[in-house]
Design a protein around this ligand. Sequence first.
Ligand code: FE
Length: 255
Amino acid sequence: MIDIHSHILPGIDDGAQVLEDSLDMARQAVSEGIHTLIATPHHQNGKYINEKSSIIQRVNQLNAELEKQKIPLTILPGQESRIYGELVEDYIEGKVLTLNDNHKYVFIEFPSSQVPRYAEQLLFDVQSEGLTPIIVHPERNSKLLENPDLLYNFVNKGALTQVTAGSVTGRFGKKIKKFSFDLINANLTHVIASDAHNVSGRNFLMAEAMDVIRKEYGMDMIEQFYSNALAITDGAVCFKESPEKIMKKKFLGIF
Ligand code: FE
């Protein structure tokens, strides 16, 4: 399994703090069947700044350590940028890193309770640079939960989205779990990833999430998510079905 979102690099954000934490996370990832993991440290979220060159250097160091420890996991470079006005300029200047540095897919995180007014324009500008934006964990954004048509609009205009494994398993509560399934049903998400920060409270949960999805939708859906994670890693084209609007229950008059 490929996991495209994690905070495994030590000491640079709120994920692994020291090398031993990273190694514990790596062992847990392997035990869940993950062989390739994209390290996506926070960038420009108001707390952490992690630019491309330093991420790549740290990924190389961690891979060397994994090899030394004989842990069969490959780390690839990535970054989780909070949406910010200079994101495209910073990409051009080499500070913003695409997933696996392939100049195809870029992670974009919204603040947890807002969608900035300039989001639509910024997502357009990102695509004008030849990149596909992947909106991370939209199911955990309270504004999108309230108004899922906003997300429909972004996906309809070419953005992809990534739902977090823990959201599917219920780790973030019933409301977020239900919204995750609404997103899957409406073709509003394209890939599942862990967003793992550690081995306790924010662990991988990928095997469990895939189990939940397989029981609900069958193997086809699992294969679709697997192949999109691979496509993103390879810089290839993702499988995408036409997005639909989420019908709110009150709209249907069912309570
Ligand atoms: Fe994250």
